[in-house]
Ligand binder design. Structure first.
Ligand code: URA
Length: 212
């Protein structure tokens, strides 16, 4: 968003193509999971482009040389439950990342997030946290999850969401202008139930086939 420098929209043709299939009401749970995985992979690739590197010694079959490896430890924080659909993609790209689960449940009356669970790795304070949640709706869960990690002493935090509502992003950016949020698309807004419009419906239900 132009006026919110910490909100980064990743406009890649492959992401746009896959997002259109993802949104389609006819896309079944199997294909939905595949697309969430592929989009998450492409988004993490972009969102990790500024991760710190360290120089390492390498011996190839031919010679000794210098190379680079990740110089920071990563903690991926999926927000239960829909973000579990994004987790495999992270492990494909960063196999030695640790996972810090964050559980927030939406109160259907207030539409606000309510914390119910966290399980972080022991060395979480030393890690760069990448919070993942496919839908960035009111911004309540995003604000609460960053607040939770900050209060525990996590300094470096990024957020990856697939679809976002502009009002949620604006609310978040006022509280955390220093936390980068990567999104694939910023939709029109929220409906009266807090669903993103046009969105894709309930991401958790579509990943886990619990619509019925
Ligand atoms: N969570 C979802 O799964 N979908 C929305 O549209 C908003 C929040």
């Amino acid at each position: 968003m132009q006026n919110l420098p910490n909100i980064k929209q990743i406009s890649h043709p492959l992401i746009k193509h896959k997002l259109s299939i993802l949104r389609d009401v006819r896309t079944d749970p199997f294909q939905f999971r595949m697309l969430i995985d592929e989009i998450s992979y492409l988004m993490l690739f972009e969102a990790s482009s500024d991760l710190k590197l360290k120089t390492v010694d390498i011996t190839t079959p031919v010679a000794k040389t210098k190379g680079e490896k990740l110089g920071c430890k990563i903690m991926i924080c999926p927000i239960l439950r829909a973000a579990l659909g994004m987790l495999d993609a992270v492990f494909k790209l960063i196999p030695d990342a640790s996972v810090g689960f964050l559980g927030f449940q939406r109160n259907e009356k207030s539409l606000e997030a309510e914390f119910f669970y966290a399980k972080l790795p022991k060395d979480y304070k030393e890690r760069t946290a990448i919070i993942i949640d496919p839908m960035f709706a009111t911004g309540g869960t995003a604000i609460d999850s960053v607040k939770f990690l900050r209060e525990k002493g996590v300094k470096d935090i990024k957020f990856i969401s697939i679809i976002a509502a502009p009002e949620g992003l604006e609310r978040f950016a006022k509280v955390y202008p220093d936390v980068e949020v990567y999104v694939a698309n910023i939709d029109d807004g929220l409906d009266e139930k807090g669903y993103i419009v046009p969105g894709l419906g309930d991401a958790g239900d579509r990943v886990f086939n619990t619509l019925n």
